[in-house]
Design a protein around this ligand. Structure first.
Ligand code: DON
Length: 314
């Protein structure tokens, strides 16, 4: 059954309700503190942005407030990598949910340095290592160019927040450990290049409005529905989305599927991006996180939007 794309009035009414419901939840969450620079972010920030395949945009709250992409970046680095070099990145990585926290080292050690999927930290570090380029600066330039192409904006719209990058580079010992295990198993070749690329990619700045725009190609089988430009192949878009549905929300992926029913990707900076295929991209941003490290306000708001606009794919 193909359902129609909701019109602006329906979207704005649903956004209003979703914003109030999400905002009420934010008071019960906490900002991430394990990256010291993220601990300085205001936990009361909250916003939502919607972009439809028809070009309707709507937003509410702090949807133009800049934040670092963190784990939401993982879907775009995977998109850039598989578009550039096909399935090679999956020669040493599977596509299964991990059932563990995003930073966990346990299965990586048991499974000979082969990450479970590209959206846990180990798999994302491996994926960053596959971005084309000889060093971190080349690889990040490729990543930013991909964001520029996907969004129709300049690559310069997505700068690296150097303070957040340095803060994670100085404290990200567990991510270095993941990279060292993969180096031991010859899954990556250079730990420093891989982790610097990954930390920089996580520190790339965007807004909820930008995020919804960048992700339009995932609503439309890999082509930007606004400009018609090819961004990634339909098969690759299918893979990126399928992995979002199974591993995009870490160990809350099941309850999120029930509550929201859309392939989604979260980040510790408070973003949750959800894709309603053929209809719209929705980006929520609220840095107050729940127990599992996902934005408590954004998840609630997405649940309301999904029900009001009948977006669930299930
Ligand atoms: O590697 C990290 O821990 C962060 N740079 C990103 C983690 C993240 O966003 C997980 N999301 N919920």
């Amino acid at each position: 059954m193909t359902r129609p794309v909701p019109d602006r009035a329906a979207i704005e009414a649903a956004l209003d309700e979703a914003y109030q419901a999400g905002l009420a939840k934010c008071a019960h969450g906490h900002v991430a503190t394990y990256i010291p620079e993220l601990a300085r972010v205001d936990p009361s920030l909250f916003g939502i942005a919607v972009h439809t395949v028809d070009g309707v945009t709507a937003s509410i709250g702090d949807a133009a407030h800049p934040f670092t992409m963190q784990s939401v970046s993982k879907i775009f680095s995977l998109s850039a990598v598989i578009e550039h070099s096909g399935e090679r990145v999956f020669e040493h990585m599977s596509t299964e949910p991990s059932g563990d926290a995003f930073f966990s080292i346990v299965k990586l050690e048991e499974e000979k340095g082969q990450p479970r999927n590209p959206y846990i930290n180990a798999g994302a570090i491996l994926t960053s290592d596959h971005l084309p380029g000889v060093d971190a600066s080349d690889k990040i330039a490729h990543f930013q160019a991909f964001l520029g192409r996907a969004s129709g904006l300049e690559a310069a719209a997505f700068p690296v927040n150097e303070a957040v990058f340095r803060s994670e580079a100085e404290t990200g010992h567990r991510n270095r450990a993941l990279a060292e295990i993969m180096r031991h198993h010859k899954v990556i070749s250079d730990v420093e290049v891989a982790v610097e690329t990954y930390f920089r990619q996580c520190a790339v700045t965007c807004t909820a409005e930008h995020l919804a725009r960048i992700a339009m190609f995932l609503t439309n089988a890999g082509a930007d529905p606004i400009t018609g430009e090819h961004i990634i192949t339909p098969a690759n878009a299918h893979g990126v989305l399928a992995l979002m549905a199974t591993s995009g929300m870490y160990d809350e992926v099941g309850s999120h599927a029930i509550e929201v029913g859309l392939p989604s990707k979260s980040s510790v900076s408070g973003a949750v991006l959800a894709i309603a295929p053929g209809r719209m991209a929705i980006a929520g941003f609220g840095p107050a996180l729940g127990q599992k490290g996902n934005s408590i306000g954004a998840m609630k708001a997405l649940g309301v939007l999904s029900k009001r606009l009948e977006l669930s794919v299930f």
